[in-house]
Design a protein around this ligand. Structure first.
Ligand SMILES: [Zn+2]
Ligand SMILES: [Zn+2]
Length: 208
């Protein structure tokens, strides 16, 4: 094999390594009826949202199928699973939370080329509930798998995270984790409904 050919192979390998988290959609976008199915590794190491940053401790590769339909929409179907360390709502200790993602998205193929660059000015085309309005995951001819997973994880975020059903939470007087033992504070003065109120507060904080 000539040096020239080796050089091309080397460049191709480096390029593919660099674009590992992207799924190339060229084939699907340019021809009707083409379906691609790929397993793509998730590169994300943490999920950083407005309500907190959560390290990803385990992840399965995303299995993604993309097809363009006769209405010129991309149908993106797939699954993935990630486990993130999320603080317990009551005692704040990290809990491994596995989020299984099964997604079925339908986005206009026409918008695919411009949506990423222009900050995704959606013109009302995209689903309002979508978490992807600002950081749209179709960039040119690529599907940014990490961005897709990031948005899907947010949509599937658990409403409550507890280390165990009967987590005793923190002492409202001294802050000790009551799962580790009693602290001896007199908590009788506190309304027993307070625990529920504290739960609501922590939930509200998440939603901000
Ligand atoms: Zn707890
Ligand atoms: Zn205490």
């Amino acid at each position: 094999m000539t040096r020239h050919v080796w050089m091309i192979i080397l460049i191709k390998c480096v390029f593919e390594e660099f674009c590992l988290m992207n799924l190339n959609l060229t084939e699907v976008l340019l021809a009707d009826g083409v379906v691609i199915t790929k397993e793509v590794p998730i590169e994300l190491d943490e999920l950083a949202y407005g309500f907190g940053t959560f390290p990803i401790t385990e992840k399965e590769p995303a299995k993604i199928t993309v097809r363009k339909d006769e209405m010129n929409f991309l149908n993106i179907h797939g699954s993935a699973a990630i486990t993130a360390a999320v603080p317990c709502d009551r005692c704040l200790e990290d809990v491994p939370v596995t989020i299984r993602l099964d997604f079925d998205e339908r986005v206009p193929a026409d918008g695919a080329e411009t949506a990423g660059a222009a900050g995704a000015d959606a013109d009302g085309v995209f689903d309002e509930e979508s978490a992807f309005d600002k950081e749209y995951y179709i960039q040119g001819y690529n599907l940014d798998v990490d961005k897709l997973i990031f948005g899907e994880a947010l949509l599937n975020w658990p409403s409550q995270v507890l280390c165990k059903e009967d987590c005793r939470g923190l002492c409202p007087v001294c802050g000790q984790n009551l799962n580790h033992g009693e602290c001896g504070c007199d908590r009788n003065l506190l309304d027993p409904r307070m625990a529920k109120v504290l739960d609501v507060f922590s939930k509200l904080k998440k939603e901000v």
